[in-house]
Write a protein that binds this ligand. Structure first.
Ligand SMILES: Cc1ncc(COP(=O)(O)O)c(C=O)c1O
Length: 394
């Protein structure tokens, strides 16, 4: 049996490689401290759990979801109101809001909805992997735009070859950015929207980390930019802000024609979200938001503990302004190794699991990413182990 060529073109999913390594060392009795996945470790808010439990007994909750059901309509309204409250962006809940089975699902299907075989898609690199893997799975051609530290990890769209932009059907953006932790301001989105105005291109912004900004400033939605609705949509998720990654609830908002195509594609593949999850997600979006503030403060403390600790043991690292990641260059002592080789060495020698920079694309080489989904005492334990590795004589 032969897999489709599209699937063969996918780069190895390095998170699976890291997972296998974790499994292997655990089997050897190693206590793994796992910073590898952005998989929140907090319990979701209590009132959301209660809503889920109660919803399980509601009439019709176990049936297939349908667009004009009461539960579905309430969730789309809640998303629309949340966007209004957060970004002052007005969204028609019926045409400009589309719930997804996690934002990853929506992002993957967006490429399927818009790319013909060999159509070009512009994807900054490094990036959250489904931005580029979705393009490859849809049969499209990936055009990587390098994100550079000295350019604050913002893509230079303005120097792309004219022919490339003419042929591109999709552009992905994502700020606050996973994995580099970079942020952007509204002026950047406004420039992008002006640049794209004469190009028949779908722009997809992935706003998974809008709540995770440590500077006191707020993250912006691309839909705040004038004219954005002409060709932009935005993905968001409850996975991070409400610690609900396993629930699979996210959504897309923005241009109604793009969303209609995405909805059409999805309708051939899925039946929407479990209704009880929709009820609880509605509760999360409409209920008190104190939970979000609380977990962001804890993530900030963890991030600072890790970065201060790394610097103290001689591994230079910068404090992120946003997200719950630390994007760090491979320490000087190991700079001859690739990010995957260093990741493997770190797990094998210390039991500390991180993600290799190249898991996020070729331009992630030279870096690794820590996800701060680990309690403070375990962060201290990890720092001690890394210290011993950095200062061991070889
Ligand atoms: C930038 C970004 N987008 C999307 C996702 C996926 O989120 P979801 O759980 O909604 O699929 C993640 C998860 O880590 C992410 O980092």
């Amino acid at each position: 049996m032969q897999e489709a060529n599209r699937m063969k073109r996918l780069p190895p999913y390095l998170f699976t490689v890291v997972d296998n390594l974790k499994r292997e060392v655990r089997q050897q009795g190693v206590d793994v401290i796992d910073f590898s996945m952005g998989n929140p470790d907090f319990e979701p808010p209590r009132h959301v759990l209660t809503a889920l439990r109660e919803a399980l007994h509601e009439d019709g909750v176990h049936r297939y979801s349908k667009f004009d059901g009461v539960v579905e309509t309430k969730l789309r309204k809640a998303i629309s109101n949340w966007y209004k409250g957060r970004f002052n962006v007005d969204l028609d809940p019926d045409t400009e809001v589309l719930p997804c089975i996690g934002s990853k699902e929506g992002i993957a299907h967006l490429s399927l909805a818009f790319l013909n075989n060999d159509d070009l898609a512009l994807v900054p690199s490094p990036a959250y992997p489904v931005h580029f893997n979705g393009v490859i799975m849809a049969g499209g051609i990936l055009y990587n735009i390098p994100l550079k530290e000295e350019e604050n990890y913002l893509p230079d769209l303005w120097s792309l070859p004219r022919e490339t932009t003419r042929l591109s059907k999709l552009l992905f953006l994502s700020y606050p950015h996973n994995p580099t932790t970079a942020t952007c301001d509204l002026a950047f989105y406004e420039r992008v929207v002006r640049w794209a105005a004469d190009k028949p291109m779908v722009i997809a912004s992935d706003l998974a980390y809008s709540d995770f900004v440590f500077t006191g400033k707020r993250a912006h939605s691309i839909l705040e930019a004038k004219g954005a609705r002409r060709q932009c949509i935005e993905f968001h998720t409850l996975s991070k802000s409400f610690s609900m990654p396993g629930w699979r609830v996210g959504y897309a908002v923005g241009n109604k024609d793009i969303l209609a195509s995405l909805a059409k594609t999805k309708s051939y593949c899925d039946f929407g979200l479990f209704r009880a999850v929709q009820v609880a997600a509605t509760k999360a979006l409409t209920g008190p938001q104190t939970y979000v503030k609380k977990i962001v403060a804890i993530y900030k403390q963890r991030v600072e503990l890790l970065v201060d600790g790394l610097n103290a043991i001689g591994w230079e690292a910068k404090k992120p302004k946003a997200t719950f990641y630390v994007w760090a260059r491979i320490p000087l002592k190991f700079s001859a190794l690739t990010s995957m080789e260093f990741t493997e060495l770190l797990i094998r020698e210390t039991g500390v699991a991180v993600s290799p920079g190249t898991g996020f694309g070729d331009y992630g080489e030279g870096y690794i990413r820590f996800a701060l989904v680990v309690e403070e005492n375990r962060i201290r334990e990890a720092l001690g182990r890394i210290d011993r590795l950095l200062h061991a004589s070889v």
